[in-house]
Design a protein around this ligand. Sequence first.
Ligand code: LIP
Length: 283
Amino acid sequence: MNEYLREIAIKLAREAGELVFARREGQIEVAGTKSSDVDVVTKVDKESEQLLFSRLEELRPDDGFLGEEGREKNSKSGLTWVVDPIDGTVNYLYNLPHYSVSIAVVSGDPRPESWQVEAGVVYNPSTDEMFHAARSSGAFLNDRRLEIAVPPPLHLALLATGFAYSSVMREEQFRILSQLIGQLRDIRRMGTASLDLAAVAAGRVDLYFERTLSPWDHAAGELLVTEAGGSISGIGGLPVGREGILAGHPDLVAEFVEKLSNIGGDRSLAEIPGWEFDSKDVK
Ligand code: LIP
């Protein structure tokens, strides 16, 4: 069943990816902003989500849907499709060729702390790279099986990370990072969480760490990492989700969690002055 679900996800990711890539040849119109004036949504984000919702209504009418741009539908089958129609929207807006269509299908309650990801796809139409996985069936880039990198010592690890749309939170994230960067090989801030997680699965980076993400940013990427032999963890003993997500070789993740804790980088978001997270702003 998971292989069948993965094939649907691949098919639909390619359809939406072709639309998104084609629209990029023209002028991209910002349709609005969400949690802040730098958290933009383009008309193409909405068009891509509409396409994916409509196609899943045809193919999987009893499944639920949770989309970044607001489409939601309760599940009758116990499965829910968790969709980021364009992950890396700011990259897309600036025509930086590093964005994806990210599609996951989860069983159980469709929340990061309780779902089980059954299949996931992260597709970069700029590079025609289709990262995909079905639970217990491995992770792949196109037709090549993926395996996480052999872990280097932490001081030689390449860390992918990202920052929030809130300026207050970005300053806090940067403050923490400034205390860590000298203890790592280097960092990469590439702007697309799903492709960062795919990079961990493909051994292109050793670690990924980010806070304040939404469920659709990491749903598919989580499965790529675990099916490639990596681990996904929350921070500060909290479950994976908005509070934080860490991905990489289990030994490296454990070492990084400890370093983060030693500098107070794992305190709850609610404890960070000025970080008023309002659930209505969930992007
Ligand atoms: C983005 C993530 C990225 C994060 C950005 C933003 P979006 O998602 O993929 O990792 O750093 O702040 O959340 O908004 O492009 O779907």
